[in-house]
Ligand binder design. Structure first.
Ligand code: ADP
Ligand code: GN1
Ligand code: MG
Length: 357
């Protein structure tokens, strides 16, 4: 079905001029739609092999954005730019299923703001930390038990390790021989992978409503004020650990190289960016984080990085079926940057811990 025809199923105004692929997300199929009179919309094909319960997912998005909207208005903000706004279908539904079974949604396009695939300014990174912290603070009283778990065990690192071992064992593409070094690196760290969940089970870390995918390109930065105005990509908002939200942002943003940099010698943890993010995140969380959470921030960063490394490697072994790839071995290259970053974090562990004191 033509994209323009899909858009006509939604409550959008104006004639569509163009619909082009947009953004650099690894999961959904994102398009920028422009109308003849200059209005813009984000059209997304939801990745239904990953998100199997689209009904539940969209219920989360509608409820969370409605809750955020009230909070933003209460604080004197602009809900049109500071939260995602879902555009409903002509018959009032949050998504549209096309005749091929593909599922689509439309968001208002957030104008005069952009996302970054790498840190270009320290101030912007600080702003993103502040906004992800604030996001968590704003959802502190959200009824967590009403949220659908859109991807079960999303950041259960020990479970991710089991899945990874299964992919090694099955080795469906006969690629395991080539990645023995990476497999050994991951195995050597498997014992640490249950620590954060054990702390959660013992009540040493609290369960909170978290974003779970806090990489830099999931936040919109205002082009004029340089404030991080809107947290986007709400598909994985679920009960989770604050240290994982912190950690995933470090994994992506405080790496001196891109997530898919083929030359791993460029990979390192910038302690300067790490410190900036700690300060912004703690400020954004408005004093809500417990001492135990603050102490475990470095562990959150290390676990999100090794977990992502395992996920990229498992996907490589399974034939690149989860993350979008643009070249052969893309997932392997991504895995290698993550493991190199883990190794560098281990070298800088004392400094990371000292910065969280
Ligand atoms: P994915 O799950 O594939 O990462 P995202 O929801 O993060 O998809 O969207 C991909 C990209 O599209 C984002 O990084 C951002 O640049 C852009 N984008 C998404 N939603 C909006 C929006 N409402 N306004 C402007 N840009 C958006
Ligand atoms: C995916 O959707 P996107 O591109 O923001 C993935 C994250 C990974 C990230 C790695 C639902 O994020 O978990 O950390 O790629 N999202 C999902 O870049 O699996
Ligand atoms: Mg995204």
């Amino acid at each position: 079905m033509e994209k323009k025809e899909i858009l006509s199923q939604f409550q959008v105004t104006g004639d569509m001029k163009s619909v082009e692929p947009y953004g650099s997300g690894h999961i959904n199929h994102t398009f920028l739609a422009k109308t003849e009179d200059g209005a813009k919309y984000i059209l997304q094909g939801i990745n239904t092999s990953i998100f199997q319960d689209v009904e539940g997912l969209m219920e989360n998005v509608l409820n969370v954005t409605a809750y955020l909207r009230k909070e933003i208005i209460r604080m004197g903000g602009d809900p049109a730019r500071e939260t995602l706004n879902v555009i409903l279908t002509q018959d009032g539904k949050s998504y549209y299923t096309d005749p091929d079974g593909a599922k689509w949604r439309v968001y208002e396009f957030i104008e005069r703001a952009r996302t970054f695939d790498a840190v270009e300014s320290k101030e912007d990174f600080y702003q993103s930390a502040l906004a992800f912290g604030k996001f968590q603070a704003m959802l502190a009283d959200y009824p967590a038990d009403t949220l659908h778990e859109t991807i079960p065990n999303f950041h259960n690192t020990a479970k991710r390790y089991q899945d990874f071992e299964k992919a090694v064992e099955e080795d469906v593409c006969k690629r395991a021989d080539e990645v023995q070094q990476e497999i050994a690196f991951i195995r050597a760290r498997s014992k640490e992978m249950s620590q954060l969940h054990e702390m959660l089970a013992k009540g040493e870390l609290p369960l909170r409503v978290t974003h779970n995918d806090t990489k830099l390109n999931n936040i919109m930065i205002d082009e004029t004020t340089h404030q991080a105005i809107c947290v986007i990509d709400l598909d994985t908002v679920m009960p989770g650990l604050s240290v994982h939200d912190f950690g995933d942002a470090i994994r992506f943003g405080a790496n001196t190289a891109a997530e898919d940099e083929p030359d791993v010698s460029k990979v390192s943890l910038s302690l300067e960016l790490f410190e900036i993010y700690v300060n912004g995140f703690l400020k954004g969380c408005e004093g809500r984080l417990t001492q135990a959470e603050i102490a475990m921030l470095p562990m959150g960063a290390k676990m999100m990085t090794i977990e992502c490394g395992m996920r990229f490697l498992a996907d490589y072994l399974q034939g690149d079926i989860y993350f979008k790839t643009a070249r052969e071995k893309h997932n392997l290259e991504r895995c290698r940057t993550q493991l190199a970053l883990v190794a560098d974090m281990e070298n800088k562990w004392q400094q990371m811990c000292a910065l969280c004191k």
